[in-house]
Write a protein that binds this ligand. Sequence first.
Ligand SMILES: NC(=O)c1ccc[n+]([C@@H]2O[C@H](COP(=O)([O-])OP(=O)(O)OC[C@H]3O[C@@H](n4cnc5c(N)ncnc54)[C@H](OP(=O)(O)O)[C@@H]3O)[C@@H](O)[C@H]2O)c1
Length: 238
Amino acid sequence: MKKIIIIGATSGIGREMAKIYAEAGHLVGATGRRQELLYTLQLEYPNNIITHCFDVTADDNIYHLKTLINKLDGLDLLVYNAGYGDVSETVDWEIDKTTVNTNVKGFIEMIDYAFNFFEEQGHGQLATTSSIASVRGNSWAPAYSASKAFQSVYFEGLYMKLRRMKIGIHVTDVQPGFVDTKMAKGNKRFWVAPPVKAATQIVQAIEKKKWRVYITHRWRLIATVIKWMPDFLFHRIG
Ligand SMILES: NC(=O)c1ccc[n+]([C@@H]2O[C@H](COP(=O)([O-])OP(=O)(O)OC[C@H]3O[C@@H](n4cnc5c(N)ncnc54)[C@H](OP(=O)(O)O)[C@@H]3O)[C@@H](O)[C@H]2O)c1
């Protein structure tokens, strides 16, 4: 039985991951701001899910993470899945501030704490739900793509660091395309995956200790096309 914390497990991909892990007999610490959704999740799996309600944009993330680790009596895997992003027609600091506080500040506080925790105990796994949006900039939500690039680039750095350290810690950078949740914005959506399918593929990739995974897998094709598209072309469509 693994001890797993999922930051952002009240709805969508994170909630489905919590269910998959709970059904497999693991002990899951599920977080988010919506207490009533945490409550219904715990009611479904009273023996396998422990909940803890907090906002990752506030200043007490480490306190909450330590509390949850104590409640689980240990930690084997931390998934940073909380995310925020919105289309910004104008350059809007209110949108950008929440984006950066959720996707960058909360992310790095908790990933750094868990990395050091795992280094001390000699093993552990970290995963983050980044996005295909991390591959290049885009004009609709510049802060969102930049914040997800931060996550993915940071995880690639950790991955390289860990290879040199030769220690039993593994990282997985998850890059979903469109998944059918309230985060999937825009009217030109395609290849939209149900959250349960996305969660299943993410859990499998973490199990296989993949350093990066595209969700669903065929989004690798889009990521490759976007990455290598010449600037003059990409800047017309991005
Ligand atoms: N859906 C897509 O198409 C798509 C594509 C690429 C990447 N992603 C990424 O996938 C991840 C999961 O998103 P989703 O699609 O499953 O959408 P979702 O259903 O909206 O899930 C977002 C989760 O993040 C939590 N969260 C957001 N802000 C938070 C905050 N300030 N403090 C604590 N928790 C917070 C939410 O919980 P509360 O609201 O209860 O706090 C919720 O559990 C996100 O990181 C998103 O960027 C999604």
